[in-house]
Design a protein around this ligand. Sequence first.
Ligand code: UGA
Length: 440
Amino acid sequence: MRVAMIGTGYVGLVSGACFSEFGVDVTCVDKDQVKIDMLEDGRMPIYEPGLEELVIKNVASGHLSFTTDLKEGVHGADAIFIAVGTPSRRGDGHADLSYVYEAAREIAEALRDYTVVVTKSTVPVGTGREVERIIAETRPNLEFDVVSNPEFLREGSAIEDFMRPDRIVIGTKSDRAQEIMRQLYRPLYLIETPIVFTSRQTSELIKYAANTFLATKITFINEIADLCELVEADVQDVARGIGLDGRIGRKFLHAGPGYGGSCFPKDTLALARTAQEAGRPLRIVDTVVKVNADRKTQMAEKIIAACGDDISSKTIAILGVTFKPNTDDMRESPSIDIIAGLQRAGAKVRAYDPEGMQEAQTLLDNVQWCDDAYQAMAGAHAVTIVTEWNQFRALDLQRMKEVMRSPIIVDLRNIYNPSEIAEAGFRYYSVGRAATGCAD
Ligand code: UGA
């Protein structure tokens, strides 16, 4: 089998590398010459655990190659995946589909025989139909099918998610296209991964409904966490107590500073837009979007309150700035609003992140970037854990007390045990649990 992957962002690059690991011949196409040069050199444009090894191995075996030439890349492909970006359009929250449509036009011009064109980018309902229209208009006599095949991988565990997915969703009513998709995913079918065959529109909606449901679940537990703080309950126990109910499930019930990233914020907004335009607003989704946006500012206020309400001449250390661990991605990260909120209140911010600082420096001004966690905490009046990188899970508390000006920890990811931290002599604030060590 031969596959062309248009777009070497997270989804395109990971999917391309994983298909090549299945033994499929994959050509990844991207307009960005610098990116393609890097990849050919075995250097990754993104940080994703395991990706570099997979790419290098499959380039060496001849299953994976890169090009900027779309025509050359799609030649002889059984399936062409469109995996280009669909960012939020400025102003209205709609997904910007211009890259998808441009790719469809270029693919149409390059095709020779029957090919399956697959949308892997997250695209609103009806996009597949438009891609089909564009290809048919460009090449009226060409035989082709347009299939929706959304991706559910998470940054930081993308390869594992691709190789062992909970399910594969394939949207097409064409038997011929279904057969090609079935062959492509054969290695996953053999490990009994459920495959949902459905219509194209349904498949497109499944992707948005999945991300929005997860964003809603997080937002729900975040609001329950706020309530826990007021009624002396513990959100971790609430999450466990409800999550053990198989109908609810334990995953995505970690209270924190609000969801970020390149997917949930964009996809919730885009689904809300689609629903409004269809004349059936999704009120739950509208609320989730608003509650999550407000939460990030609320977290800055929480830190300020923990520092005694006035931080105008104080230094706050921030540990972790990416939207989640194991990525260098800063998109919609809660750290951006939190740091801005602290600076507005007059604080000096020192920060450290294992992978995200290069990107963060382009987004955040006046932050003192440090070489490690302890350097960030040196002279700080309080430290806030924003991202739960593993290296922040076992900090040397004694050393922290020595370097910090006052022993205050605001843990927005609940990675420490409140009583242990209090015993070590800290004032400890977390999310949805009682503050400890604050007797004085
Ligand atoms: C998300 C989905 O989980 C993937 O299934 C989907 O394929 C992807 O979007 C996409 O559409 O491409 P991702 O954005 O990489 O993946 O990251 P998640 O692990 O879902 O985390 C998103 C945000 O929610 C992070 O800011 C994270 O810290 C937050 N989160 C997650 C919580 O606050 N609590 C949780 O319990 C889980």
